[in-house]
Design a protein around this ligand. Structure first.
Ligand code: SAH
Ligand code: SF4
Ligand code: F3S
Length: 444
């Protein structure tokens, strides 16, 4: 049997796309392998949100040249967001001539046809070049090879219309397109029957769900309709834009049984001047007001965020405002990024790009402030009993099981005879840290 290996970079949307690429390859008779060395086809499903993952792809694919010389039948493919950037297919052809297959984020369904071409001895390069206002529509019914586990990803909306000035995503994922309400409900029902206990609803901005469908139903209605799906005990969603977080949505989450008490609300920066130039559409005051309303409606919830340092023109005073916002809001945790200029975005050609040394000094300071806060918040969990959905063996310690609380905190605890992957258990937290909490099962 021929084997495939997919190397995925980037966010959950890309991870989920890789599950579809895997599904298509399995339909064609390929079998998954963890090792690129014994694969007949290797696909790099790429990300271009920052420069680093892009550089890694070029490096990794260049290294495969010798493998390709030893085995000329090996098929090497590059897909995903990086491949979808304007001019990238030409760059790949020039710098990585041993690549056989290139396809963009909106061409996954064309993979069978592209493989026919490759197997006939031709190169197949296809990226979406259509009308950016229409952007490919939605193809339903593609096979999905889900990673077996307790949690399943479900796309609800593709693309993004926000054009934050630093961000490449709208350029490579096209305009917002919502999946039909009934398609999502059916998929989640099936997942419940198949034994997944948790679903993660995916979109670059899930709060925009339904706007383009114009049938009057929005994200809050979708959560409401999914709330009592048999077998599904937890619903999560990624990512939501703070500007579009309505009171109706807060209310729905507060009253829902299954939607988890975790809010990931990317703030990006604490200075209104920077937020405006980022085109985020809110001020720090409005953001803080949203946090206040959420905490009031959903006591005990966790709030996490994304932050960027070194956006063009960010001065010491702007950065101090980010630090101050972090100290006032007290996020449970934060993903912190150094601004990375992306070709074709508005911010890349803004004046006053911040020097590398300043960016790296700022990110270190930000990480140290946030880590201290994360540790302090987690310390308050000491001795508490939390509901944990067990994901399986701990990756770092095989004598422990690992899972997450409803607030999305990672907990590890000793193996227990009645507890296995997929169990919902009560765990008492005995030791807390920044990234992992340690506990013991108190009730199965
Ligand atoms: N749609 C999601 C974010 C997708 S990208 C949202 O709006 O929340 C994930 C995170 O990467 C962003 O929240 C931002 O913090 C960061 N990011 C995006 N573009 C970046 C860039 N050019 N440089 C540094 N970080 C960036
Ligand atoms: Fe990028 Fe902004 Fe869209 Fe998120 S909302 S994907 S940061 S443009
Ligand atoms: Fe990266 Fe594309 Fe996701 S650029 S972050 S993989 S949408």
């Amino acid at each position: 049997m021929r084997k495939y290996h997919i190397h995925t970079f980037g966010c959950q949307m890309n991870e989920h796309d890789s599950e579809i690429i895997g599904g298509i390859l399995e339909q064609r008779g390929f079998q998954a392998t963890d090792s690129p060395d014994d694969a007949d086809i290797i696909i790099f499903n790429t990300c271009c949100v920052r420069e680093n993952p892009e550089r890694k792809v070029y490096g990794r694919v260049a290294e495969l040249k010798t493998l390709k010389i030893e085995n000329p039948d090996l098929i090497i493919g590059i897909s995903g967001c990086m491949a979808q950037q304007p001019g990238e297919a030409e760059r790949i052809a020039k710098r990585l001539p041993h690549v056989d297959l290139v396809f963009g984020t909106m061409n996954i369904h064309e993979l069978p046809e592209l493989l026919d071409q490759v197997e006939a001895g031709h190169k197949a390069y296809r990226v979406w070049e259509g009308d950016p206002e229409r952007d490919g529509g939605i193809i339903e019914g593609l096979p999905i090879r889900r990673v077996p586990g307790v949690s399943a990803w479900v796309s609800i909306i593709y693309g993004c219309n926000n054009f934050c000035s630093y961000c490449i995503v709208p350029h490579v994922r096209g305009r917002e397109r919502s999946r039909r309400f009934e398609e999502i409900i059916d998929e989640v029902k099936r997942l419940g029957q198949e034994g997944f206990g948790e679903v993660v609803l995916l979109g670059q901005n899930v709060n925009a769900y339904g706007r383009d469908l114009k049938d009057g139903r929005d994200f809050a209605d979708l959560l409401h309709a999914l709330d009592e799906t048999p077998g599904i005990s937890r619903i999560r969603y990624l990512t939501s834009h703070p500007r579009d977080f309505t009171d109706k949505l807060i209310c729905e989450i507060a009253s829902s049984e299954t939607v988890c008490e975790h809010f990931h609300l990317p703030l990006q920066a604490g200075s209104n001047r920077v937020l405006a130039r980022m085109n985020r559409g809110y001020t720090i005051e409005r953001y803080m007001d949203l946090v206040r309303r959420i905490r009031q409606a959903v006591p005990g919830c966790s709030i996490t965020t994304d932050l960027i340092v070194g956006f063009p023109g960010e001065d010491d005073d702007d950065f101090a405002k980010t630090l101050r916002a972090v100290e006032e809001i007290r996020f449970d945790s934060a993903f912190t990024f150094v601004y990375s200029p992306r070709r074709g975005t508005v911010a890349a050609s803004m004046p006053n790009q911040v020097p590398c040394e300043v960016k790296s000094q700022r990110i270190q300071q930000l990480i140290s402030v946030q880590t201290e806060i994360t540790e302090q918040i987690n310390r308050t969990l000491q001795g508490e009993v939390q509901e944990v959905l067990v994901e399986g063996m701990s990756k770092t310690n095989p004598s422990m099981l690992s899972g997450r609380t409803r607030t999305n905190k990672l907990v590890i605890f000793p193996l227990h005879p009645e507890v296995s992957k997929g169990s919902l258990v009560k765990v008492k937290i005995t030791e807390t840290r920044a990234w992992t909490q340690i506990g013991e099962v108190v009730l199965v």
